[in-house]
Design a protein around this ligand. Sequence first.
Ligand SMILES: [Fe+2]
Length: 355
Amino acid sequence: MEQSDVSPFLYKMFRRQLQNCKLRSDESLAVVTDLTSRRDYAVAAMAAASDMGSDTFQITIPNWGRGWYDESGNIDLGGMLALSRSVINSLKGVNLVLDLTLEGFIHTPGRVELVKSGTRVLRAGAQSPQVLSRLMPWSDEEAKMMKERVLKYASMLRNAKVMRVMSQAGTDFTAILSPNTTFASYGFSDEPGRWDVWGQNMVSNYPTDSHGKVVIDTGDYNVTPFAMYHTGRIELIIENNYVVDVRGDSFDAKLMREHLAIYNDKNVYAVSHVGWGLNKKAKWPNMATYDRSPDTKGVSGDEGRVFWGNFLFSTGPNHHIGRFTRNHYDIAMRECTIYLDDKLVVDRGRVLGDE
Ligand SMILES: [Fe+2]
């Protein structure tokens, strides 16, 4: 494929996103792909970087892990792609890394090491152009606005001690927030050592403790691992920051219960990050209009994770305390009410303070 074969739209989209990431002409861009990554994405990104005067190259790595069973029958799901020593060393000297792999090196030690070295990383994955283009900012002004909005809510989260979440469905969940794990995800990587996901606007925190009940109901969205709307009720009983029981007779409850049990690992039941979605361009119904194929499209850059006002509950890894697991659930829940300490911040799925 020649540079001249790149679709004008993809070129425009990647160029705009590299500008959002403040890629400079004296910097370098590494595009990391696996054996299934879209070639037109890699070419468009490199063509845009070249035209911006930047040094650019591509590294292709095997995508072993996703879809490959090991002897225990386990399967890695939810951002678990391990980077080899030689790949990490190659990327450490690069200014910006664009992760186009299907699985993503998200909840992995390699990512932690990479960003500590000052490399900035933008995770893009394999979502359709219609999704990626919808979620991202298309001008400097819009990028600034998105960033400031997310930082504002992140600051509220960072300064709070307790998050309480309730819903009509029966959720009553309390999390003791960690003072130093609040993450402001505004969808691009414009500062040294920053990791982010394309188009992702949300805030999150890895609580030090949590307890109560999280009730997943019809219409809530399972971002990973299943990329599907829930059609049945699941009750998660949480004690000491772990899901201790997955209750319910619905298909969804049985699926989650049996899927988690496959791993035979207590840590896949741990509470991971909790937070809420802040992308006004992401709409809850939209996932029904495109191909939700986690085995070919992945789950990164998915608007199901970031639609405005969802409560995002997750299980499994916490890289801040060195807890890496082979499975990660992200579940975006609708119509939840969220308090930070005694302050109401999300009222039945409506984010307050930015109407
Ligand atoms: Fe997650």
